[in-house]
Design a protein around this ligand. Structure first.
Ligand code: NDP
Length: 530
């Protein structure tokens, strides 16, 4: 959040966290400087020596144990997450704790099939007397830089995928949500103890601090980086990584479109739009950031959404009655406010909301619905990350597809209406995930890959594709006739014509032509090789 591109370390500095709902100070922490970051990486590398050799069955057992502990501690964990991030307790429970427990179980159950060696069949006749296979080995130490909006589920899913594949992890959480990351570390360490894997050092190391601590992790001796955060920081991190050819996965921002067709169920689609835009006060990378509604349905859609938004209970996330909590910081609120004000100045109509709720606290913004919007407004082209639902009508399916694709981002999107028609549109949308008659839940499907196109990022986390990004393929080829010299070795003299016949034997059209060519290859078999 500090976007620490221009910040530098100050020796011995500390930082404090506050509750976004109340402004109360929660705790303060020492900042990890260059020496601390490098020693965490060194510990992770040492740990990788024993962890990488630990049989997969035991690594999977650890993750099953982690899932069990997350369930046992779900209520206490949800409270820590809510205190740091401001989100309602139910969201902390489902979108952080449950998603993390699901991710742990997925890794435990599916890693074996992803890591199993794969046969590589040989098609060329001359190479048939060899057998090939792909083996997968861990990359080593994975650096994870995580944001504050899903302070448990984002780093947890990445950490579990790294651990099950035999890697170790150095995690730098957001400066706004360090305690949640420390809880994750505690749960993993307890699971290691419970499984009798008490060997030191531990495979998960957490380093706390602001942007420069993350920057130092990128500069450090890691083997891969998974970065989740804004496009600006992601670009900066990717450039630093490119300098040293460090592989990176980037999970960046989104401007997700929701397309509502005239044959959609109005009541369901309006509830979805409101929930999809307001979840976590709109601070979700895959939240609904733009809504396109077919003209026939448009005015009813807007009025139903307004009614449903006005029924939302805004308040502190710790109150179980709350639907919508505060924004994370005044800075984030300011971005939202600026975008809504700019849209208003350019002719947009605020149908509800569009103002701070100072009576609740410094970080509260009323859930907002805006109409008369177009793509000249930053509200429709830059990430808002706030509780704002901009809605605009469209006429034809082609219009909807064109408007949805008119974005620098491509994380996720959704289409609502009769399944066949919605699926036809879904296939034409430029996004890493497209949901038909649902939204956001793709992130909660532990087996589904997560990631975007265009400025939304590079690579994938989650699912089997996410696991594959954490291993290095090794191609192993075994010759089945070790005492035979190869026909294509020296000497070359008088080899060319029989070799040309050999190429014909493999590729000339017609069986007879190939048989004739095969006779001309006999000299190859009779020659003595050097
Ligand atoms: P930031 O880019 O500000 O920060 C992300 C992480 O990077 C934080 O841990 C931050 O630390 C750290 N960081 C900041 N500066 C540097 C630096 N120079 N070098 C290395 N690390 C650095 O994003 P936010 O935390 O504000 O998160 C919100 C953004 O994340 C939104 O754009 C959202 O769309 C995106 N996001 C994407 C997701 C996806 O899966 N595609 C999922 C969730 C969020 P610190 O906080 O201490 O400054």
């Amino acid at each position: 959040m500090s976007n620490g591109i221009h910040l530098v370390f100050k020796a011995g500095e500390r930082f404090a966290t506050t509750n976004p709902a109340t402004g109360a100070c929660l705790a303060d922490y020492a900042i990890a400087g260059v020496a601390e970051v490098n020693s965490a990486i060194a510990r992770a590398r040492q740990a990788q020596e024993w962890w990488g050799r630990t049989p997969l069955i035991r690594r999977a057992a650890l993750l099953r144990r982690v899932a069990r502990l997350l369930n046992e501690e779900k209520e206490a964990l949800a409270q820590v997450i809510t205190a740091e991030s401001g989100k309602p307790l139910q969201e902390a429970l489902l979108n952080d704790v449950l998603v993390s427990a699901d991710a742990a179980l997925f890794c435990a159950e599916d890693a074996a099939s992803v890591l199993r060696p794969e046969d590589v069949p040989h098609h060329n006749l001359a190479l048939r007397l060899k057998s090939g296979r792909l083996e997968w080995e861990p990359l080593g130490v994975i650096g994870i830089i995580a944001p504050w909006n899903y302070p448990l589920s984002i780093p947890a899913a990445d950490t579990f995928a790294a651990l099950v594949t035999g890697n170790t992890v150095v995690l730098k959480p957001s400066e706004l949500t360090p305690q949640t990351a420390l809880e994750l570390e505690r749960v993993v360490n307890r699971a290691l103890d419970d499984e009798g894997l008490t060997t030191l050092p531990r495979p998960l190391q957490v380093i706390l601090g602001r942007g420069p601590t993350g920057g130092q992790l990128v500069e450090g001796d890691i083997d891969k980086l998974i970065f989740t955060g804004s496009v600006a920081t992601g670009r900066h991190v990717a450039m630093a990584a490119a300098e040293r050819l460090l592989p990176v996965t980037l999970e960046l921002g989104g401007k997700d479109a929701m397309i509502v067709l005239e044959d959609a169920d109005l009541d369901v689609a309006t509830s979805a739009a409101v929930w999809g835009a307001m979840l976590n006060a709109g601070q979700t990378c895959i939240s609904v950031e733009r809504c396109y509604v077919q003209r026939k349905l448009y005015s009813k859609f807007v009025s139903q959404c307004v009614q449903k938004i006005q029924a939302l209970k805004v308040g502190p996330g710790a109150d179980p009655q709350t639907d919508l909590g505060p924004l994370i910081t005044p800075r984030q609120l300011h971005i939202v406010e600026q975008q809504v004000d700019e849209a208003r100045a350019l002719g947009a109509t605020v149908q509800t909301g569009g103002r701070r709720l100072r009576e609740l606290g410094e970080n509260f913004y009323a859930p907002t619905l805006v109409t008369d919007v177009d793509h000249s407004m930053s509200l429709m082209c830059e990430e808002t990350f706030g509780p704002v639902l901009p809605v605009t009508p469209f006429d034809t399916d082609e219009d909807a597809i064109r408007m949805a694709n008119d974005s620098d981002f491509g994380l996720a999107s959704s289409v609502w209406g009769s399944t066949r028609r919605a699926e036809r549109i879904a296939r034409q949308l430029h996004a890493g995930t497209v949901l038909v008659n649902d939204l956001i839940s793709g992130f909660a499907v532990a087996a589904a890959p997560h990631g975007g196109v265009k400025h939304s990022g590079l690579g994938r986390t989650h699912g089997r594709l996410g696991l594959r990004e954490l291993v290095r393929p090794r191609y192993v080829d075994v010759d089945l006739m070790p005492s035979m010299k190869k026909l294509w070795w020296y000497p070359y003299a008088q080899n060319f014509q029989p070799m040309a016949a050999f190429v014909d034997m493999l590729h000339q059209p017609g069986l007879m032509a190939r048989l004739r060519a095969s006779l001309k290859t006999i000299p190859l078999l009779l020659r003595r090789r050097r």
